[in-house]
Design a protein around this ligand. Structure first.
Ligand SMILES: [Zn+2]
Length: 253
């Protein structure tokens, strides 16, 4: 799995692709809490993720506890989740990496003439409670299609919520699709999810055969106007995560 926000983390753990990824808290206060402690080499957004390596192991819940005939049984969750108050706290960054982060952080700060200061102080300059506003640019057809081509070619860079998800690419390059399929013991509880992204960057999602939403991804997937890095793969991963969570909710009803 890829796309941890922490500087160079994906590269350091490239031989451990199975590590769990966690989305940033939606609550603005918690988002700020995370943003304050995370060393930032670029702006942090709500589509970023932080991997399990940065949390206390006790903050990560990996099992379900079931009491079956008076006996407590542990079942591994397909996707671990974080305890409510968990905050990332382990970054394992060398002096050189901290220097690089401070340089990058300085570059994105609003006062470029400031002398280099410790990362913690530079973090104050930002307003981390505000996610990047979607760029207001209207992409023309060929720009949208170039972005689609990039996603089509690199579709395996997109982190899927779990192993029951699959990817599909239209041989005519008109669309890509993500589906979730799981055969459960009770056929009536069988469910499927589909996310379809067309070459125009219009997308739609289904829950079984029922339409969930339609969206235009052009502004979400467009390059940022301030030239900062931005991962379109994270945008799509987040959409898949919300479809996955929808399933969890329907199962607990
Ligand atoms: Zn990480």
């Amino acid at each position: 799995m890829r796309n941890c926000f922490v500087y160079k983390c994906d590269w350091k753990h490239r031989h451990n692709p199975k590590r769990a990824m966690f989305v940033l808290p939606k609550d603005p206060e918690k988002f700020k809490l995370w943003s304050d402690v995370l060393p930032k080499h670029r702006r942090l957004t709500h589509s970023d993720r932080v991997c399990e390596k940065h949390f206390d192991p006790a903050d990560i819940v990996r099992d379900w506890l079931h009491v079956i005939q008076g006996e407590t049984k542990k079942l591994q969750r397909s996707k671990p989740y974080l305890r409510r108050d968990a905050v990332p706290r382990h970054f394992d960054l060398s002096e050189a990496e901290l220097d690089a982060i401070a340089r990058k952080s300085k570059r994105m700060s609003v006062k470029p003439e400031r002398k280099v200061e410790p990362v913690e102080q530079n973090l104050q300059i930002e307003t981390p409670t505000e996610p990047n506003p979607p760029p207001q640019c209207e992409l023309n057809e060929s720009e949208a299609s170039a972005i689609f081509e990039d996603i089509y070619e690199n579709i395996f860079e997109i982190e899927l919520p779990s192993t029951v998800w699959g990817v599909h690419r239209d041989p005519e390059r008109q669309y890509i699709a993500f589906t979730r399929f799981q055969l459960l013991a009770n056929p009536e509880s069988r469910t499927s999810r589909t996310l379809l992204i067309k070459s125009t960057l219009k997308c739609c999602a289904w829950y079984d055969s029922q339409s969930l939403f339609e969206d235009d991804l052009r502004s979400k997937l467009a390059p940022l106007q301030n030239g900062e890095e931005h991962s379109r793969f994270n945008v799509i991963s987040s959409m898949l995560d919300s479809l996955e969570q929808l399933l969890d909710e329907s199962q607990t009803k």
